[in-house]
Design a protein around this ligand. Structure first.
Ligand SMILES: [Fe+2]
Length: 264
């Protein structure tokens, strides 16, 4: 990330770049993503699939597992164009990241709810409580790579660094699916990547047309001495020895750092 990109990422909570993927990898990634979606839709593979209220596949996890047999997703995560952005931010001591497929239902549109990606932390905290959560040190970097043109991510620029407004509270806490006046629709051309801060107020739009085929990925910084914790339900598939065996050798060190912190 150059200084200008870094500054935009820090102030706006996101930055869009053109060169975070090897162009030669785009077509094979799209082909693999289509096979993954077909297997998830048919039910042939379900390691952790997120569905719309209508029961249609919306997000697919487990892309590193042998059940999908698509080694290109781990290769992508390790690829030089990705690492050229990740290492200046997180350093080279990394812990297992992930790659998910964000796609579209085939029959009924769905609009996701507004949220910040901060797990089980309080969702309606006081300014002090919320700012403490938002100001915690960042130990991960996440992004979306559009495999076809994608305008399905909406976020409120700059919201990662401030307390929510009353308008945002209606959406974040009371479940309103209204537009937020300061929202920005993120337009990605195929091959573009958005690095973004999950603390921004954001939502995903899962409409049938045009079909979304976007990879969501992340790496985490590894620091020694962290306490093991219960494994997130959504990534329990990653505990299987067969998954480790299927990963490229180069990724075993990242996997083992992650695995050592899982209570299962
Ligand atoms: Fe999110």
């Amino acid at each position: 990330m150059n200084d200008e990109q870094k500054s935009q990422y820090e102030t706006e909570g996101y930055v869009i770049v053109d060169d975070a993927v090897d162009p030669a990898m785009l077509e094979p990634l799209l082909a693999a993503a289509k096979r993954v979606k077909a297997k998830a839709r048919s039910g042939e593979v379900d390691l952790f699939t997120h569905c719309t209220p209508n029961g249609e596949v919306m997000m697919v996890r487990g892309l590193f597992a042998p059940e999908f047999n698509e080694p290109i997703f781990a290769d992508y995560l390790l690829s030089d164009p990705v690492m050229r952005y990740v290492e200046p931010v997180l350093g080279s001591e990394l812990r297992m990241g992930d790659v998910l497929l964000f796609s579209s239902p085939n029959e009924v549109d769905h609009t996701g709810g507004w949220h910040r990606d901060f797990g089980k932390n309080p969702r309606d905290g006081s300014p002090e409580v919320e700012m403490e959560i938002l100001n915690r040190p960042k130990n991960g970097l996440k992004w979306h790579l559009a495999l076809v043109d994608d305008s399905r991510l909406q976020l409120v620029p700059g919201s990662h660094a401030r307390y929510r407004t009353d308008e945002e509270r209606e959406c974040l806490v009371n479940g309103s699916k209204a537009d937020i006046s300061a929202q920005k629709v993120i337009h990605l051309k195929a091959g573009q990547t958005i690095f973004w801060d999950g603390n921004t107020v954001h939502r995903g739009i899962y409409h049938v047309e045009p079909e979304r085929m976007t990879l969501a990925a992340n790496w985490r910084k590894h620091t020694e001495g962290e306490e093991p914790a219960e494994t997130d339900e959504r990534v329990k598939w990653l505990l299987a020895d067969s998954v480790r065996d299927f990963l490229p050798k180069k990724m075993h060190i990242h996997y083992d750092r992650w695995r050592a912190l899982q209570l299962g």
